[in-house]
Design a protein around this ligand. Structure first.
Ligand code: MN
Length: 244
């Protein structure tokens, strides 16, 4: 029976060796029957452009390439930290960039995939920045700056975001229930799978006349060495605690 791996929120960075090793190990030990891998956003703590170069990145590209060379399909969704991932990045890994959301058929089950930050509609400042930063004009402006400048801007964002988030009520940081219903109904689908909120689990969703489900992947924790990933096959979708 063939299977598909789904993961998100690894938040990779050279100063997080345990998460990095955990991902490399997961990719290196993919089961023979794994046919596709979906990385649903925030693979990186921050991404400031495909023109970055390092041995660290080269080792990641090689690990993803080894997977795709086995015939496994690989897709990357943008997250709210790595929304500048571009075609060059995808090509180096042997994968493709996904649309903001995609309705896919996973071994006979229709599932709507996305990073999930677009569901947090109650966080007005975040949504405003999201809309601005996803425009081609804004991205071109950003990418035309020297790498060092972009690194400084990214560091500033992280500081501002940490400060802002520490003052936000919990419910604002989570998905807006009505938005979950809206995206599922618009896609005519009853299963949604995403990451971003760092609240892994399976949540029932009441849809018009039927019941749906929202499956949430977990973030990768450097200190604890754990993550929550998902496997899909003909029997459905299963969340798995992954220790590394
Ligand atoms: Mn995120």
């Amino acid at each position: 029976m063939s299977t598909t791996l789904l993961l998100s929120d690894v938040h990779l960075s050279p100063d997080l060796p345990r998460c990095t090793a955990g991902l490399l190990s997961l990719l290196q030990t993919l089961p023979e029957n794994c046919q596709a891998v979906y990385v649903l956003g925030d693979l990186f703590e921050v991404w400031i452009g495909d023109d970055q170069q390092s041995d660290y990145l080269d080792s990641l590209y090689a690990a993803f390439q080894a997977v795709t060379q086995r015939g496994v399909s690989l897709a990357f969704c943008h997250g709210n930290r790595d929304f500048l991932l571009g075609q060059d990045f995808a090509k180096r890994c042997g994968g493709r960039l996904m649309a903001e959301q995609e309705l896919v058929n996973l071994h006979g089950h229709a599932v709507l995939l996305m990073h999930g930050d677009q569901l947090c509609t109650q966080d007005a400042p975040f949504m405003a920045f999201r809309e601005q930063s996803r425009s081609a004009a804004w991205q071109n402006g950003m990418l035309s700056q020297p790498l060092e400048q972009r690194q400084m801007i990214a560091n500033m964002w992280r500081m501002q975001s940490k400060q802002a988030n520490s003052n936000k009520p919990e419910n604002i940081m989570d998905v807006t229930p009505d938005e979950v219903v809206r995206v599922l109904q618009e896609a005519d689908c009853n299963t949604l799978l995403h990451g971003h909120t760092h609240r892994p689990g399976r949540y029932p969703v009441a849809l018009n006349g039927s019941s749906g489900e929202r499956i949430v992947l977990g973030d990768w924790r450097e200190d604890e060495g754990i993550a929550v990933i998902a496997w899909a096959d003909a029997d459905g979708i299963r969340l798995q605690d992954y220790s590394f």
